[in-house]
Design a protein around this ligand. Sequence first.
Ligand code: ZN
Length: 325
Amino acid sequence: MSYERHRRLRGHSGLRKMVREHALSVQDLIYPIFVVEGAEQPTKEVPSMPGVYHYSLKYLVEELKEVQRLGIPSVILFGVPTEKDPHGHQAYAENGIVQQAIKVAKETAPELVIMADTCLCQYTDHGHCGVVENGKVLNDPSLNQLVKTAVSQAKAGADVIAPSNMMDGFVEAIRSGLDEAGYEDIPILSYAVKYASSFYGPFRDAAHSTPQFGDRRTYQMDPANREEALREARADIEQGADMLMVKPAMAYMDIMREIKDEFQYPVAAYNVSGEYAMVKAAAQNGWIDEREVVLELLTGFKRAGADMILTYHAKDVAKWLGDDK
Ligand SMILES: [Zn+2]
């Protein structure tokens, strides 16, 4: 016989497990949570994201306890303020929604790694990630706002700062801002490679951050670009990023692999809202097996080089992995 018998290693379920190259673990998960200010209802489901809720501060406590109990190591917090303005002042208000949420999280669930998303789009009335003048998103003036936001989040107790706004120089600006304020030990998870993607639609429902004019293509990346992703990641490392994110995940697994191979830094995959919504919709229609599809997808991200996965499926995955033990 001249051909190789690959099936020899597939015949026994125990042997299949022994030769398995990648395994998804609850330790890989980061759970995104939306916290709303002035909520009338304690929790409200996001219409395009079944199973994802807006939490008022009070109900955030229960949610965090559950996340901790499930063994998920980390959450990333997104604030949804009642007050928005052109400069996004609420992003760095001392008693802003996300600053309050961070404090609650540190008190409630001290074992969790609390990440803060650092951007302005939930806080600006125009919905862009930076300061706008004459219909243009300005780079350098936006950096000042971001630095203030990051420092206020670190001051509130955030364990990791995760800047997502794609202005040039944002990692360097935030790193020096944190250092000057005495937070040199707080790591930065940079949204280094963030594409201008159509998969973000449901998130914008959830975070009330749809741009009121134009789109984000002048600062987020063109989905067609690969070399540019490497340049973005390299620049962020040079500027002081400790971990690199690729966002979205499903259509960009080649980029995760390249970033991992090229830089050997911890890589995070953001399994975004549109990806979540597609799986949920198909599952609700009975067209796919939700559990099997989600586990396959997330294992794929690991195989593609992701060390951690931000996913709205995190709680379900933690339960499923727990059932398998
Ligand atoms: Zn933004």
